[in-house]
Design a protein around this ligand. Structure first.
Ligand code: TMP
Ligand code: ASP
Length: 255
């Protein structure tokens, strides 16, 4: 028995399904084991990834909430839903991926003459248009305005929120010996117009390097293990969860 009943499927993405529930102010997010990269050109099933990302995201959302940052998260699922399900407030996701980078890596080093590992201080914040059909292109301020995806004040708000998230997450991950290289968040608007952090925050959406490991491949504990065919993806995500569990309270169960 759960404190909610699942209703129709609202949305299926590459890594999650969002279901309506019998409560209008509640959706159930199911984390899948599917892994994709390079706009889904590369695909695999990684048993256990959904559960790990769900539980890591729950811990992260709780830490963000404690820091006063609003999120869509309302708790983990109960019973049969204890592993891969998260309950959340329904939001209209703004189709903008907000990326904050503390260290140069990934696409940044392909597009600019920056060596991987170069510290970025202050952090670099980029907006990308969330649309696979266009390959999630980088948005300039003018393009953002042209598309009318956010108002000027919402754009400011997105930026302030993303930098606050960065400050909180950097400290959280550093406290468990992980360097937060960069991450992507998605923001949504609730029915009453509040801007909240939505989607997930997990090794699928963050780059995390083991601070105690000098080897440039062995230090990777995120989806780059999958992107670069390094193996040990689920083990790396498991290590991230284990470390967070060492400093975080048990995540709350919804209901
Ligand atoms: P990038 O270096 O490929 O632009 O990625 C920056 C960060 O955003 C990295 O932590 C991975 C994350 N990310 C996603 O969560 N989803 C995506 O589709 C992409 C391209 C990156
Ligand atoms: N999430 C994107 C995809 O599925 C890209 C990535 O994370 O590398 O293709």
């Amino acid at each position: 028995m759960t404190a909610y009943r699942l209703a129709n499927l609202l949305y299926e993405g590459k890594a999650k399904r969002v279901h309506a529930t019998d409560q209008p102010d509640l959706v159930a997010v199911e984390f899948k084991d599917d892994a994709t990269a390079f706009n889904a050109l590369k695909k695999a099933q990684l048993a256990g990834k959904g559960s790990l990302n769900c539980r890591i995201s729950a811990l992260v959302f709780e830490v963000l909430a404690q820091a006063g940052i609003p999120t869509h998260y309302r708790g983990l699922g109960q019973g049969d839903h204890a592993e891969c399900w998260m309950l959340a407030r329904p939001v209209r996701v703004i189709p903008v991926e907000v990326v904050v980078r503390n260290v140069a890596a990934g696409s940044l080093c392909k597009q600019l003459p920056l060596e991987p590992g170069t510290p970025l201080d202050p952090p670099l914040l980029d907006f990308y248009y969330k649309d696979d059909a266009y390959g999630d292109p980088l948005l300039t301020d003018a393009r953002l305005e042209r598309l009318g995806l956010v108002t000027a004040s919402q754009r400011q708000e997105l930026e302030v929120l993303a930098l606050r998230v960065n400050a909180v997450l950097r400290e959280l991950f550093h406290s468990v010996g992980l360097r937060l290289v960069d991450f992507k968040i998605e923001l949504g608007l609730t029915a009453d117009g509040q801007l909240v952090v939505a989607d997930e925050v997990s090794p699928d959406t963050c780059r995390l390097w083991d601070e105690a490991e000098a080897d440039v491949q062995a230090r990777i504990l995120d989806k780059d293990r999958f992107r670069q065919d390094l193996g040990g993806v689920v083990e790396a995500y498991g290590e991230v969860l284990k470390r967070l569990q060492g400093v975080c309270a048990q995540p709350q169960v919804y209901g």
